[in-house]
Design a protein around this ligand. Structure first.
Ligand code: PLP
Length: 413
């Protein structure tokens, strides 16, 4: 791969949170798969919204309301371009990926699933793409099937094909695994699902900050996006859905904004996307999310991915060297051919939680535990891992600090 065309120093300067000491050491933030840090432009947009523009959107004649509405809808246009949706109306604002998936399960699922129908997920799913389907399958008498994985954390595509049949109504698949970093072959997954008439939902929580997203080229039916994993505020997500599907779905929640006309005996519903946006949304955070999307687009996904892949390779080589001198004391978990910059690992003789605490004492933030993927951990025979996840603002120097800290930990184990 070519060198990325990015200036890390100037990128790091945009993230005030990175420039602090934690436990007396410079912060090394390697928990980006849980949430990314926010650039100054996002923080400024939030402050400006509440200092200058705050008003409820869509329903008032005054200037502040018009301004807030315009900025809110600007974010919708920006996310439309970011994922290349055909229309901005196909992008619904939610609280996050969890709510986006629950919305589909509780509306599409409630209307279109019946007893004996099958929903296919993968062994790599986050709980948020398991539990909503369990709930609706139980209610409807539908059956949940799971695509298995190999030990590297890759989907067994032959097994996937065997699961598909005329009974398959939906395939809900994580694009990129948050626990292992595996990039799933979603284009093929979608084509095969469509061949049996199934609808496909992609969980894009981890994918959207690392990979190019083009929902039209992918031809997915639904895609979920999380702002806080994309340098944006928490409490904001997007559900992309094809217009025809969204129009056929019943509303998710009832209330203001989602209606056309209400009487005490009958209500007619608003057009998409408003049909699915009942109540006052998270206006300020949605507005600030645009600046996060602009931040990513300004750097470019190619540059981001190239830099992050370099960090992942650098880290993997560092672990190899440590293992050579310590009798293989670190085991990498998740070694798929196609990966983003997320790496889980375990340390012989040391609980992941203790390792996480000791790294924290050195100012290094990593995630430990099951990563909201308990069935995956069960498949791997683990109760948890240590997970590092690299982002555009991380550096090789930070990985050196991590590798040095791990070498010291190994002396204690
Ligand atoms: N799916 C995956 C793969 C994730 O990594 C996460 C968050 O960790 C989620 C879903 C949930 O996303 P959100 O926090 O936006 O609800």
């Amino acid at each position: 791969m070519n060198q990325p065309n990015i200036d890390i120093d100037s990128i790091r300067k945009q993230f005030p949170i990175l420039h602090q000491q934690v436990n007396g050491k410079p912060l090394v933030y390697l928990d980006n798969a849980a949430t990314t840090q926010k650039p100054q432009s996002v923080i400024d947009a939030l402050t400006k919204y509440y200092s200058v523009d705050n008003a409820n959107i869509h329903r008032a004649a005054h200037t502040l309301a018009a301004r807030s509405t315009e900025y809110f809808e600007d974010t919708r246009k920006t996310i439309q371009q970011f994922i290349n949706a055909r229309e901005a109306e196909e992008c619904i604002f939610t609280k996050g990926v969890t709510e986006s998936i629950n919305l589909v399960a509780q509306t599409w699922g409630r209307k279109f699933l019946s007893a004996g129908d099958e929903v296919v997920i993968t062994a790599l799913e986050h709980h948020s793409n398991i539990v909503p389907w369990q709930i609706i399958c139980e209610e409807k008498g539908a059956i949940l099937k799971v695509i298995p994985i190999n030990d590297a954390g890759e989907l067994l595509m032959d097994e996937y094909e065997k699961l598909l049949s005329a009974k398959t109504k939906l395939v809900a698949c994580v694009w990129v695994s948050n626990a292992l970093g595996t990039i799933n072959p979603v284009k093929v997954i979608i084509e095969k699902a469509h061949a049996v008439g199934a609808v496909v939902l992609l969980d894009g929580a981890q994918a959207c900050s690392h990979l190019e997203v083009d929902v039209q080229a992918l031809n997915c039916d639904f895609l979920t996006v999380s702002s806080h994993k994309l340098y944006g505020p928490t409490g904001v997500g997007v559900l992309y859905g094809k217009r025809a599907l969204l129009e056929a779905m019943p509303p998710y929640q009832g209330g203001g904004e989602m209606i056309k006309e209400v009487t005490f005996t009958h209500t007619t519903y608003n057009e998409i996307p408003y049909k699915f946006e009942a109540g006052t949304p998270n206006i300020g955070d949605v507005i600030a999310f645009k600046y996060a999307l602009d931040f990513v687009s300004g750097i470019g996904k190619y540059n981001i991915a190239t830099h992050e892949n370099d960090l992942l390779n650098y880290f993997s080589k560092g672990i190899q060297l440590i293992n050579q001198s310590t009798n293989q004391s670190i085991t990498l978990i998740g070694t798929a051919q196609q990966k983003i910059s997320v790496q889980s690992f375990t340390i012989n003789g040391m609980h992941h939680f203790d390792a996480g605490m000791m790294l924290d004492a050195k100012g290094i933030a990593v995630r430990t535990g099951h990563h909201c993927t308990q069935p995956l951990m069960q498949r791997l025979g683990l109760d948890g891992t240590i997970r590092v996840s690299f982002s555009v603002y991380n550096t090789r120097e930070e990985i050196d600090i991590l590798l040095y800290a791990l070498t010291k930990l190994l002396r204690l184990s």
